[in-house]
Design a protein around this ligand. Sequence first.
Ligand code: NAD
Length: 337
Amino acid sequence: CSSTTPITATLFPGDGIGPEIAESVKKVFTTAGVPIDWEEHFVGTEIDPRTQSFLTWESLESVRRNKVGLKGPMATPIGKGHRSLNLTLRKELNLYANVRPCYSLPGYKTRYDDVNLITIRENTEGEYSGLEHQVVRGVVESLKIITRQASLRVAEYAFHYAKTHGRERVSAIHKANIMQKTDGLFLKCCREVAEKYPEITYEEVVIDNCCMMLVKNPALFDVLVMPNLYGDIISDLCAGLVGGLGLTPSCNIGEDGVALAEAVHGSAPDIAGKNLANPTALLLSGVMMLRHLKLNEQAEQIHRAIVNTIAEGKYRTADLGGSSTTTDFTKAICDHL
Ligand code: NAD
């Protein structure tokens, strides 16, 4: 794509702090002169029978058409019985891998200075298949689905990612000692794919040991690939290693070349509407989206402005120990551009 032809991308501002941090992204992108036209879609107020969720059919069509988008967090009320918006998006758009880079930000001191890892989460099945029912009163059952097709697909993505991004090692995270059939199949698929990439070191790490190793020495890991639920948990753990959920971006990769970037965090109802949210995670997700579009120059420019603003320390949001509002922090990033 030429950097002068505007590219249309879908934007879901989402719930809670979503609209505040989406506003920040729009402002920073406009200031940086990024050639993106946003097609905004909001979560509906009633269930759309075509998606069986509050997501409108038109919003899904928008992502299918544009093949690229940025998504704010979407809230899922606990135990209300309707289909999670995030699950709907992942299933309907076949967003099979969620890539979550996690690295120490220069200038923001945490317990570790050298975190630089990528978690790749299978995004469509496992415990998140949405298959739960009551067997008899007082007994419920949830099905964990692992398929050869989805496991091979995410493993292939992880190894290809490692190879094309100069990474040396892929660790498959599992609990196959207990979940012998399901995680066993996942590992079998990872091993099959590993054979095709002899230049990449392959290892298998049990999830509980992985958590301990990550908090003791995150530098032990490079690329981690894992089933859905483990990926959800491990990526929040990794966010904690570098300063919290306000900082970590992600991108969902779909078949047919769809890429939908989103922050790892949720809608943060405790701080929503207060101008307190840290927009960094969504901004860095936007940077991932720009890299996907090969708008590398603008991606680099925005990335540098964010890092420099945080390193300077004058404007930081409360989650990073500062007292800046979302708006002031955003303005500081724009001033650095
Ligand atoms: P959360 O990520 O929304 O919040 C956890 C904690 O982190 C809160 O204290 C919050 O204030 C803080 N936090 C998160 N993002 C922040 C930011 N950008 N700046 C500063 N602080 C931030 O997790 P939760 O409270 O468990 O979930 C709230 C809702 O979000 C739920 O409905 C959940 O289902 C949904 N959720 C959505 C997604 C998604 O859309 N991908 C992901 C996770 C949770």
